[in-house]
Design a protein around this ligand. Structure first.
Ligand SMILES: [Ca+2]
Ligand SMILES: [Ca+2]
Ligand SMILES: [Ca+2]
Length: 615
C-alpha cells in the first residue's frame, strides 16, 4: 500500500470512529434486492442508488463485483467502496483489482455525480466507472476523495474522466483511460477555485479532439507522481500556481507541461518523447522553478519561455529535443546527455545504473516528492553508483538496483583471479574456536534499510577429495550482525551426513572459484579444498542509513576442525585489507585484524554480499 493511501485510509478510519455507533455498513450485490436493508451479504441490496437513498452521514456502502448500470449521486459522509467478492467481514479484506465492481453510466450523462455539499468525508474507491457522457465523475463545488478507480470510456466537453469546479478534489491511485473531450482535460479538468491534489494516477490513451491536454487545471493544483503517457493530447496544462512533481509524462501527442500566466514549481519529472515540446512557460510569473527534470527527445522545445518573468532552469537534463532551450538560459548544474533509460523506445523510462542523471539533481529543490514513481524513497545514495555527495536523481525515477536479485554490497567470491598471476584466494581462522572473523560494510545514505540476505563463503581445512559432509565436521553455523555490538542474526544446526542445517533460511552449496577453468581453493602446499557458499536469507534486520555495520560468521567444530572464512585480496569499494575479529564471549564489539596474507603488502577482506531493500 502506498503511503498516500495508507494515510488516506488512516484518516478515513479516524473519521469513521468519530461518528455515531449507529453507523451502518450497507451491502450491495448483483444478487441482492432493494427490498433488503443491506445489513449482511445475504441481505444485500441490488442497486447502489437504493443503498445511497437509505444511507445517512457516517454509513458506508460496500459493493460486490458485478455490473451496475446506474447513474449515482454521492451523499455526503457516505463512503462508497467497490471490489468485494461478497463474503468479506472487514473492508480491508476486499481486493478491488481482482473483484471488479462496475458502474456503467449507460451513456446517460455523468456516471457519478458529487453535488455541492459533498466533502472529503465522502469517498468513491475501488470501482470501474464507465460509459459516462458528461464525465465519469462530475464534481460540482464538492470535494470528495476519488481513489483506486478505473475510469474508462467516458466523454465530456471538459474533463472526460473527472470534472471538478468550485472546490478542491483529491484524486489518487486511479487509472483513467480511453476518455475523450471536445474542449479540455481529456482525463481530468480542475476548474475555477479548485486547489486539487492529483497523485499516483495512471492517465493513458485519453483523447482531446483537436488540441488540448490530458490534465487541465485553471486553479492551483498539485500534480504528483502520475504516469501521464500515450494520450492523444498534451500532458498537463495549468494557468494558476501549481506544483508538478515526480510525474512520468511521456509519449503524448502534444506538449508535456504547459504553464500559462502563473508561477509554477516543476520538479523531478521525466518528460520524454512527446509530440511537441517538453515544458512551455507562457508569460511565467516570478517564482517559477524548473529543477531536477529529465526533458529529452521531445519534438519541439525542451524548455521554452514566452514573455513574462525570466527564470533560470537548473539541475535538468535537457537533451535531444528539436531545440533544447528557447528564451531561457540553463543554470550551471544542467546537463545535456542521453539519460540512459532502461528502454525508452519501449516505454520503460527507469534509469540504468550507468545513467548520468543518478545523483545529479538538487537535493534542496522545491517540491521533490518523498517517493518516486515506483513508490520508493527519494534522496538515496546507492554505493558505487552516481555521486557520493548528492542524493536525488534527476527525473521521476530514483535509481535502485534490482534489490531482490542484486546485492547492495557485492564483495562476493570473485569470478576470476583479481590479482593477476598471484592468487587472490585467502582464508582466515583463529586458533581459538570462540573467536571468529567477519568484516564491515557501509550502509547507505537515504532511507532506513532492511537487510534481507547476507552471503558468505567458507573453506574448511579438508581436502576436496574424498567428498565429505559439513555436518560431519561442524555442529552448527551462526551469523552475527550489528551496527555496534553484534547480535545473533541467524543460526542452524548440522546433522551428520548432511550439508544443510536445521534452519530453512540458510542455504549452503558447494561452489568453485573462477570461470576458466573453475577451481577449488588452492592451499599454499598446492592441494585443493572445497569452497562452500552460505546464504543467510529472510534476515529482516532493520538498520539505519549512513552507518557502518559489522558481521561475523562462525561454526562450532565437532572435534577440532577450525572454521575458515574465505577472503579475497583486492581493491574496490569497502575493501580496506582489514578484517573484523569477534569473540563469542564478548559480543559488545569487534576488533580490527590485519588481512595481510602470504604475499607482502596484500591485504584481504572477508567475502560478503548484502541484499537489502529501502523502507
Ligand atoms: Ca540517488
Ligand atoms: Ca525507482
Ligand atoms: Ca575489510
Amino acid at each position: 500500500m502506498k503511503l498516500g493511501m495508507l494515510l488516506l485510509t488512516t484518516f478515513l478510519i479516524i473519521a469513521l470512529l468519530a461518528v455515531s455507533a449507529a453507523a451502518r455498513v450497507i451491502r450491495v450485490s448483483p444478487t441482492g434486492d432493494d427490498e433488503n436493508d443491506g445489513s449482511s451479504w445475504g441481505e444485500a441490496m441490488r442497486t447502489i442508488g437504493a443503498a445511497l437513498a437509505s444511507a445517512s452521514y457516517g454509513d458506508e456502502i460496500w459493493v460486490a463485483a458485478g455490473t451496475y448500470t446506474e447513474n449515482i449521486t454521492l451523499v455526503n459522509g457516505v463512503p462508497l467502496y467497490g471490489g468485494f467478492a461478497g463474503d468479506e467481514t472487514y473492508r480491508d479484506q476486499r481486493d478491488w483489482s481482482a473483484n471488479e465492481s462496475i458502474i456503467d453510466g449507460g451513456g446517460a450523462g455523468s456516471v457519478v455525480t458529487a453535488p455541492s455539499g459533498v466533502t472529503s468525508d465522502t469517498t468513491i474507491d475501488g470501482f470501474t466507472v464507465k460509459n459516462g457522457t458528461s464525465s465519469g465523475i462530475y464534481c460540482s463545488s464538492s470535494y470528495p476523495i476519488i481513489a483506486n478507480n478505473k475510469i474508462t470510456n467516458c466523454s465530456a466537453a471538459y474533463g472526460g474522466g473527472i470534472y471538478s469546479s468550485g472546490h478542491a478534489i483529491t484524486v489518487t491511485g486511479n487509472t483513467i483511460t480511453n476518455c475523450t473531450v471536445t474542449v479540455n482535460g481529456a482525463a481530468i479538468y480542475c476548474g475555477t477555485y479548485s486547489t486539487s491534489t492529483i497523485s499516483e494516477n495512471t492517465i493513458t490513451q485519453n483523447t482531446r479532439i483537436g488540441s488540448g491536454y490530458a490534465v487541465h487545471c485553471t486553479a492551483s493544483c498539485t500534480v504528483r507522481n502520475n504516469i501521464i503517457s500515450s494520450n492523444t493530447a498534451g500532458g498537463v496544462y495549468f494557468s494558476a500556481a501549481c506544483t508538478i512533481a515526480g510525474n512520468m509524462i511521456t509519449g503524448n501527442s502534444g506538449t508535456g507541461i504547459y504553464s500559462a500566466y502563473c508561477s509554477s514549481t516543476i520538479t523531478s519529472n521525466t518528460i520524454a518523447g512527446n509530440g511537441y515540446s517538453g515544458i512551455l512557460c507562457f508569460y511565467p510569473s516570478a517564482g517559477t522553478s524548473v529543477a531536477d527534470n529529465i526533458i529529452v527527445s521531445n519534438t519541439g522545445y525542451g524548455i521554452s519561455r514566452t514573455g513574462g518573468t525570466p527564470f533560470t532552469p537548473d539541475y535538468n537534463d535537457v537533451w535531444h529535443n528539436t531545440t533544447n532551450y528557447y528564451q531561457v538560459r540553463p543554470g550551471g548544474h544542467s546537463i545535456s546527455v542521453d539519460p540512459d533509460f532502461v528502454n525508452g523506445s519501449a516505454g520503460d523510462y527507469h534509469l540504468q545504473s550507468t545513467s548520468p542523471c543518478i545523483d545529479k539533481g538538487n537535493d534542496n529543490a522545491s517540491g521533490i516528492p518523498t517517493t518516486d514513481i515506483d513508490g520508493q524513497p527519494r534522496k538515496v545514495d546507492i554505493p558505487d553508483v552516481g555521486d557520493p555527495d548528492v542524493l536525488v536523481d534527476m527525473g521521476a525515477d530514483e535509481y535502485y538496483p534490482d534489490y531482490q536479485n542484486e546485492p547492495m554490497v557485492d564483495r562476493g567470491l570473485p569470478t576470476s583471479n583479481v590479482n593477476g598471476v598471484d592468487r587472490c584466494n585467502i582464508r582466515w581462522a583463529d586458533v581459538s574456536t570462540t573467536i571468529g572473523y567477519g568484516d564491515d560494510f557501509a550502509l547507505w545514505r537515504g532511507p532506513q534499510w532492511v537487510i534481507d540476505k547476507i552471503v558468505v563463503w567458507i573453506v574448511p581445512d579438508i581436502l576436496v577429495s574424498p567428498a565429505y559432509f559439513l555436518g560431519d565436521h561442524y555442529s552448527d553455523v551462526k551469523l552475527y550482525l550489528g551496527t555496534g555490538s553484534l547480535a545473533l542474526a541467524a543460526s542452524g544446526s548440522f546433522s551428520t551426513g548432511s550439508n544443510n542445517t536445521s534452519n530453512g533460511n540458510i542455504a549452503i552449496s558447494a561452489v568453485q572459484y573462477g570461470t576458466s577453468p573453475a577451481v577449488d581453493y588452492q592451499c599454499a602446499d598446492g592441494t585443493y579444498n572445497q569452497i562452500w557458499k552460505i546464504e543467510f536469507g529472510n534476515l529482516n534486520r532493520t538498520v539505519p542509513a549512513n552507518t557502518t555495520a559489522y558481521f561475523g560468521v562462525i561454526g562450532t567444530p565437532r572435534v577440532d576442525r577450525l572454521w575458515f572464512n574465505h577472503a579475497t585480496n583486492r581493491t574496490g569499494s569497502g575493501c580496506d585489507g582489514y578484517l573484523r575479529k569477534f569473540d563469542l564471549g564478548d559480543l559488545s564489539g569487534t576488533t580490527s585484524a590485519s588481512g595481510a596474507a602470504w604475499f607482502a603488502g596484500k591485504g584481504s577482506d572477508i567475502d560478503v554480499q548484502v541484499y537489502a531493500h529501502p523502507q
